[in-house]
Design a protein around this ligand. Structure first.
Ligand SMILES: *Cc1c(COP(=O)(O)O)cnc(C)c1O
Ligand code: SF4
Length: 368
């Protein structure tokens, strides 16, 4: 079936993001065109097939080391058997977003800003995705109803809550949509007077930078102030194409910031993290958050210890440019907690955090 589908496909045009999406890798055979797939990887792909979504853009696959299974790009995108193991305390939604979901697409967790989860689709499915059950798990999703349900209740919710001054388009990856669909969403939000800023959360600059076209940027710049949060995890991802995508956004006045997830065996050592963060400054992207990896189902094998994260932070602060250093945070049902000693306490009952409102909770199940 895949064969006949491919037979009707036009040849891959490297610079064309739609062509890249059409040519996404979704089978072991296609992956073999890029890397020497190991037996273990092949087993994992088969085992994950009816459980998790899997696809890789040809561009992102081209960054992979052909012979090294531990390549940081490979580990982020090729399924692993560890995804099927359950760690203690793991849950599908450890950060509690579902409890804050107000409409089909709106997650309202903080007083003045909301997430608008516009899709569950992505260009490349990151194996460590914190919303794995939403983006990848074929059984579970936030969108229990069809993804195509009317957006009116979502816009109405935002319009009827004047405290919301910051709307963050997330998902999934919003840039999976066409320019005209995005234009429609953003222009609707712009009609709401109390929405001051709009943010786009997207990994396209990393996994398919060709998506950041002049046409997209020209459309977006009509809607300033716009902010863009992207997601580089490893210095190998800072390619000339990725740099050009970020440069293009910046030249259209869109501030680009980065959120990294601390991932075991990928970026959990000081030299790699330092190279990533200073590399981001060279492409004028500002490091924003370093997320402690969530203990989500199918993701826990990427988690590092809290001590590891702190050790990296201590090796950065003072040693390098102040604004190269992101905030190291743990996402909890009470919000993001900066992981400095003063915010997280250990007593006989385990680890406790206190959020910005002074609310406290035990976070043992969130830390591996
Ligand atoms: C992270 C997050 C935000 C945005 O938080 P900032 O700290 O302002 O970047 C908003 N809503 C949810 C549910 C979040 O997890
Ligand atoms: S692009 Fe973002 S939402 Fe999509 S799989 Fe990767 S981390 Fe998850």
């Amino acid at each position: 079936m895949k064969m006949s589908k491919n037979a009707t496909l036009k040849p891959l045009v490297w610079s064309d993001w739609r062509s890249q999406l059409q040519h996404r890798i979704t089978t072991v055979e296609q992956l073999r065109e890029w890397i020497n797939v190991t037996e273990r990887e092949e087993k994992a792909i088969k085992a994950c097939t009816d459980k998790y979504r899997w696809s890789i853009t040809p561009y992102y696959a081209s960054l992979m080391d052909e012979h090294d299974e531990t390549c940081p790009i490979r580990q982020q995108a090729v399924p692993s058997l560890l995804e099927l193991e359950h760690s203690p305390g793991t849950s599908v939604d450890p950060v509690g977003d579902r409890a804050y979901r107000q409409t089909n697409r709106v997650v309202h967790k903080y007083p003045d800003r909301v997430l608008l989860l516009v899709t569950h689709l992505c260009a490349t499915y990151c194996r460590f995705c914190t919303r794995k059950y939403h983006t990848m798990d074929l059984d579970g999703t936030y969108f229990e109803r069809d993804e195509a349900t009317s957006w009116e209740e979502d816009y109405d919710y935002i319009a009827s809550h004047p405290a919301i001054r910051d709307v963050l388009l997330s998902g999934g990856d919003p840039l999976i949509y066409s320019d005209s669909k995005l234009d429609q969403i953003i222009s609707r939000l712009r009609q709401i007077p109390h929405v001051e800023i709009i943010r786009l959360g997207s990994r396209f600059p990393v996994v398919l930078p060709q998506r950041i076209t002049p046409e997209l940027c020209t459309m977006l710049e009509q809607y300033h102030p716009l902010w863009f949060n992207t997601h580089f995890n490893h210095p190998k991802e800072i390619t000339p194409e990725a740099a050009q995508a970020c440069d293009r956004l910046l030249r259209h006045g869109i501030v680009v910031q980065n959120q990294t997830v601390l991932l075991k065996g990928i970026n959990d050592d000081l030299p790699t993290m330092r190279e990533l963060l200073t590399g981001l400054l060279r492409i004028r992207v500002r490091p924003y958050y370093l997320y402690h990896c969530d203990n989500a189902v199918g993701v826990s094998h990427f988690a590092t210890s809290l001590e590891k994260g702190r050790e990296i932070m201590k090796g950065l602060l003072g040693y390098t440019t102040g604004f190269a250093v992101p905030q190291y945070v743990l996402t909890t049902p009470l919000g993001k907690i900066p992981l400095w000693e003063e915010n997280i306490h250990r007593n006989d009952e385990g680890y406790w955090v206190e959020n910005y409102k002074g609310e406290t909770m035990n976070v043992d199940t969130l830390l591996i």
